[in-house]
Design a protein. Structure first.
Length: 319
């Protein structure tokens, strides 16, 4: 029996959330007294996954697996789960993970629980802790099914690293056009930007920034800190920023270590997507802005003056 962890990579680099998923898998495997198998599909990063807790690393190659295709990847991962008697499958809740996990659960006739934020409790059955109601509540879900597929929210679980090495076992899998009903013909990817869902630092702007002409202040600070940029819904509705940056109840849910919100009021629909951030810093001219109630740090001031000062300070510290 084994815990099987899908380790996602991009451009030859593992995502940080993959290391979190492997550490989660290792800790869970210890609790269940079984082994932890890390699986990479199509591409892989350079790090040795043994260092993060994998007892084995299986790398699946084959036609149709060069780029992510949910159905093709689900078939490949599911075959590994079956041949290695995997009882729990761990997938990071990234864009790809969200489409992969349900397909694997169907193939394995497994229970699927998404949005997990902590280690499972195995003392009496198998209970997991997950976010619910747009991250406004926590649910404890007891799983009775023997096979389980769990998705872990990025930045929810720690990583541990040591110097253990494992060999990579290459496996060729036969996935054909008949196994998928859609094919990705081409992708147009933004290069060099930190993906919002995986960013540890996010600088976000709202209507208080007055117009798109001021957004360079958000971008400059984000560049200096290696952060991703985000925005409130009205900002993307007015096309000051692309919809891909819209966070909140109707946008993307994020959980960075630091969320800096400039000129955002802190409406409940906005907080639904960012309220789980570890540290929140709010810049707002109105001391009564609701966002201050959710903030760890608050700056009462004009964002158009505060952001350049923050940038200058970051540059000074870097020098
Ligand atoms: C069903 C539904 C779903 C929604 N989903 C989302 C969602 O997913 N995400 C989302 O963001 N919203 C969502 N909304 C909209 C939400 O209710 C708010 O209207 C929106 O978040 C407000 O955006 P804002 O804070 O940028 O703008 P405003 O409400 O206009 O607030 C601007 C803030 O900037 C401050 N300010 C003004 N000038 C400055 C300055 N120079 N410097 C610093 N601060 C300044 C003001 O004091 C104010 O607090 C949703 C609403 C509904 C009804």
């Amino acid at each position: 029996m084994a815990v099987v962890v899908y380790a996602e990579s991009d451009n030859g680099q593992y995502k940080k959330s993959s290391f979190e998923a492997i550490t989660y898998g290792k800790d869970l495997a210890k609790l269940l007294n079984i082994s932890c198998i890390a699986v990479t599909i199509g591409s892989k990063g350079n790090e040795n996954l043994g260092a993060f807790g994998a007892d084995q690393h299986m790398h699946i190659t084959g036609k149709m697996l060069a780029t992510f295709n949910p159905q093709a990847y689900a078939k490949a991962l599911s075959e590994i789960v079956t041949t290695n008697n995997g009882t729990v499958v761990i997938v990071s809740q990234t864009y790809n993970g969200k489409s992969l996990a349900p397909l694997v659960a169907i193939k394995q006739d497994a229970a699927l629980v998404t949005g997990i934020v902590d280690m499972a409790n195995t003392t009496n059955g198998f209970t997991v802790k997950k976010t619910t109601f747009s991250s406004k509540a926590i649910a404890h879900v007891s799983i009775n099914q023997e096979k389980k597929v769990l998705t872990i929210i990025p930045n929810s679980y720690h990583t541990t690293k040591d110097s253990t090495d494992v060999e990579i076992l290459e496996i060729d899998t036969q996935v054909t056009e008949n196994d998928v009903n859609s094919l990705i013909v081409s992708t147009n990817k933004e290069i060099g930007k930190v993906p919002l869902t995986e960013a540890e630092l996010v600088i976000s702007g709202g209507r208080g920034l007055k117009g798109p002409e001021n957004w360079h202040m958000v971008e400059d600070l984000a560049d200096a800190l290696g952060a991703a940029t985000a925005c409130s819904k009205p900002v993307s509705d007015m096309e000051w920023r692309p919809h891909s940056e819209h966070v909140g109840q109707t946008g993307i849910t994020i959980k960075p270590n630091l969320y800096i919100a400039a000129g955002i009021s802190g409406a409940i629909q906005h907080l639904a997507g960012v309220g789980s951030s570890k540290v929140i810093c709010v810049i707002n001219t109105d001391p009564e802005a609701p966002f201050f109630k959710a903030a760890d740090y608050g700056i009462v001031g004009n964002a158009l003056e505060v952001l350049p000062k923050l940038l200058q300070r970051v540059k000074e510290l870097k020098n």
